[in-house]
Design a protein. Structure first.
Length: 100
């Protein structure tokens, strides 16, 4: 019996599935999510306090938060070459209608 994908060195296929978090990692992520959720519940009040004390700093925070809501526009550069030369430009000005 040879080694098959999914076997460990003892041939045990009952190990933790790929992508499954271990218990301590799962608990750490849950704790961080709870803290973040609590912070989001208080963010409006916190930003209002900052705005009253330092409006410039509050504006910077608002702009940083917007980056998570409004996608940034990707810069686009257009390059090209024109192979033709302009030899002559003629401008005709015709006076239409008269005041006679």
């Amino acid at each position: 019996m040879g080694f098959e994908k999914g076997d460990n060195w003892k041939g045990n296929k009952l190990g933790r599935p790929a992508g499954k978090l271990n218990r301590s990692t799962e608990q750490a992520k849950l704790t961080i999510a709870r803290v973040a959720n609590q912070g989001l519940n208080n963010i409006a009040e916190d930003l209002e306090k900052i705005r009253k004390e330092n409006p410039t700093e509050a504006a910077k925070i608002y702009l940083r938060l917007l980056e998570y809501i409004v996608p940034k526009q990707k810069a686009v550069e257009i390059r090209g070459e024109i192979d033709q030369r302009i030899h002559q430009i003629t401008v005709n000005i015709n006076k239409s209608g008269s005041n006679e």
